[in-house]
Design a protein around this ligand. Structure first.
Ligand code: SF4
Ligand code: SF4
Length: 634
């Protein structure tokens, strides 16, 4: 009588949970355009690379997070105690390639590689592990993103993916796993190689211990690449010669030979093609404690974990380790950079200033820029930056500097025009808003977007203070100080650049609003715009009787979206040898273009034709020439 096939429900539930989470990550950005799915956020392999990068360089790249590191540590603990639980219960590539292999098996097209070919192919994953860690640690970027088939597919072949590598990996993963049992996991996956190295527990700890002793204990300069090489080589030798675990992992599948009927259902159920039916204990390196053999066994208490009826244990341990990892990540924050340039004596007595909300601290590069900026302030001894929450810790000598000085040094005042004054506007109203939760240039950028979307607001300037002094220049016939105040406090700011929508959250609070003396249009233009004036083509060789002037209203010069264009117009007009001076003058009725020319060389008509040419011929600072569309008409 045919026996009913028993399924491993513990494992199926976890695998389907992962699939549902992936579907959520795909669907959510379709309905919430501000949501950016991070498909690698919980990847333990990324975490192991991030941890290595942090230990080797004292820095993390932006794409590396404490959550990934916590997941990497959870994987390490899992391998020591329970085997490769991530591979078995969570890994999306593992799930996909295993199910693909089952289809191949159903069509009788899936086979198992054995003997020397099997052992030789196993070297591949250690080579990939070595290369991946070498490039990740030396560049502080996750090299696995360049080829990871899972990341390539779910990120839609995003910018980190190298097409050639990813296509090759997909070709190995998809047809490879269809035809060859667990081809990806056994022969290609670098995480599988790393897990196997951990499972050779004493050898792994021994190599790391010797390296730590030689470098930290005896002060020898031995690069991390030697440690990586030694671990990879140990993995190759132990896996290809033994194909067996040692003491670790502690939990193993055990078989009771007295109750076993040798029906071989367990052998058929094993996704890794391990022959279980004639051994007392599964110690094969490929066993990832999935429990499919245990679930498939028809004889009670024959296949168990460590001779106990604890079929739920691997799935429960997987969930427990993930929860522990997330809890660890929530209370630990590893800095993106940690730089201390004070002496050990200075650091012992250092005070710490903490600042959050620095939106400009958003990646490894901007963290380094922040640290380099802080080095210029006397008394600052070190910086730790955390891109995960845009915060910094500044270590300083309280005898030399103080928190207020540091805050002022971090703050960058800005002066930003957001709209041109309307024709006919004679007076510009000014109000000073005391704005809380305003920290850095990114906040100024978000405020500029907000204010630029309100008709009547023309410009703003900021000055350090607590709260920040924010002077807003506006046309009071179109907008009031109260409306501007409400706008500043709005939580969400949205924009669209080249059809791409963007959204951010701000926490600005307006503590007070005070009117300031108004400015005439001329005074406002002189204050907020850089003067544009230049002489050329032998200006000094002519006296005023030899020249004539053209004066033209030039209100478009106040348009912030055309900020650099007047300089390009100047460059263009200098191509006319008869024009010798270009100046944008400020007047009570707005900007006026003044051109001085020599009538003996050129005429007013020729100058006007040139001013209205559809394209500007401009000379760039590197000596090259470029043609640009002319946005001006006179
Ligand atoms: S031996 Fe059992 S627990 Fe190990 S991989 Fe095979 S089926 Fe899973
Ligand atoms: S362990 Fe169970 S499934 Fe495997 S051969 Fe024995 S009785 Fe059959």
């Amino acid at each position: 009588m045919a026996r009913k096939k028993k399924t491993n429900n513990y494992r199926l539930i976890l695998q389907w949970t992962i699939i549902v989470l992936l579907v959520y990550l795909i669907v959510r950005p379709l309905v919430d355009r501000s949501y950016i799915a991070d498909f690698e956020a919980y990847c333990p392999f990324g975490g192991l690379q991030a941890l290595s990068s942090f230990l080797a360089n004292n820095s993390l790249a932006c794409s590396m997070t404490t959550t990934q590191i916590a997941m990497g540590l959870a994987l390490l603990a899992g391998v020591f105690l329970f085997s490769k639980l991530f591979c078995s219960y969570i890994c999306p590539i593992g799930i996909f390639t295993e199910w693909l292999g089952r289809i191949g098996k159903r069509f009788k097209m899936n086979f198992v590689i054995t003997g020397p070919a099997d052992r030789l192919l196993r070297v591949l994953k250690y080579a990939i592990l070595f290369v991946t860690f070498y490039f990740s640690v030396s560049s502080s970027e996750l090299f696995c993103k360049t080829f990871d088939p899972y990341y390539a597919v779910f990120s839609g072949f995003g910018s980190d993916v190298v097409m050639g590598y990813a296509v090759m990996a997909l070709l190995l993963a998809i047809p490879g796993s269809f035809f060859i049992r667990q081809f990806w996991c056994k022969y290609i996956c670098p995480l599988s190689a790393a897990s196997n190295i951990f499972s050779f527990g004493f050898v792994f700890l021994g190599i790391v211990g010797v390296y730590a002793l030689l470098t930290a204990g005896f002060g020898l300069q031995i690069g991390w690449i030697w440690l990586l090489g030694a671990l990879s080589m140990a993995g190759v030798v132990l896996e290809t010669t033994r194909l067996k675990f040692g003491i670790f992992p502690i939990v193993k599948v055990t078989r009771n030979a007295e109750t076993c009927t040798s029906c071989r259902l367990c052998d058929k159920a094993c996704p890794m093609a391990i022959r279980i039916s004639d051994i007392p204990k599964v110690e094969h390196i490929d066993c990832h404690l999935c429990g499919d053999c245990v679930s498939s066994c028809p004889e009670p208490e024959t296949l168990q974990f460590n001779k106990r009826k604890i079929n739920w244990l691997p799935a429960a341990a997987t969930v427990g380790l993930v929860i522990l990892g997330l809890a660890f990540a929530s209370v630990t924050d590893i800095p993106t950079i940690s730089l201390k340039w004070g002496s050990s004596g200075q650091m012992e007595n250092a005070a710490i200033f903490r600042q959050s909300g620095l939106k400009s601290v958003k990646c490894f590069g901007s963290s380094m820029s922040f640290a380099n900026h802080m080095k210029e302030l006397s008394g600052v001894l070190g910086v730790e930056a955390f891109v995960s929450d845009n915060s910094v810790k500044v270590y300083y000598d309280p005898a030399v500097t103080n928190e207020m000085e540091i805050k002022e040094f971090i703050f960058t005042p800005v002066s930003r025009v957001v709209a041109a004054p309307a024709d006919g506007l004679k007076q510009i109203t000014i109000s000073e808003f005391a704005v809380d939760k305003f920290f850095d240039p990114s906040d100024a950028g978000l405020l500029a977007i907000k204010l630029g979307q309100k008709p009547g607001v023309l410009a703003f300037e900021t000055m350090f203070g607590e709260p920040v002094h924010t002077f807003v220049f506006y046309d009071s016939s179109l907008v009031s100080a109260g409306e501007i105040s409400k706008l500043i406090e709005e939580k969400k700011v949205k924009w669209e650049i080249d059809g791409e929508p963007g959204e951010a959250t701000t926490g600005f609070k307006v503590a007070s609003v005070d009117p300031r003396p108004a400015l005439s249009l001329k005074g406002y233009l002189e204050k907020m715009y850089e003067p544009v004036t230049m002489t050329f083509n032998g200006f000094e060789d002519y006296d005023s009787v030899q020249t004539a002037e053209i004066l033209l209203p030039f209100s478009a010069a106040a348009e912030p979206s055309l900020a650099d264009m007047p300089w390009y117009l100047l460059s263009h007009i200098s191509n006319n040898r008869g024009v010798i001076k270009f100046e944008i003058q400020t007047t009570d009725s707005g900007f006026v273009l003044s051109l001085i020319y020599v009538p003996e060389i050129t005429t007013r008509e020729q100058v006007m034709i040139q001013l209205n040419e559809p394209q500007l011929k401009v000379h760039l600072s590197d000596g090259s020439e470029q043609k640009l569309e002319n946005p001006f008409r006179f």
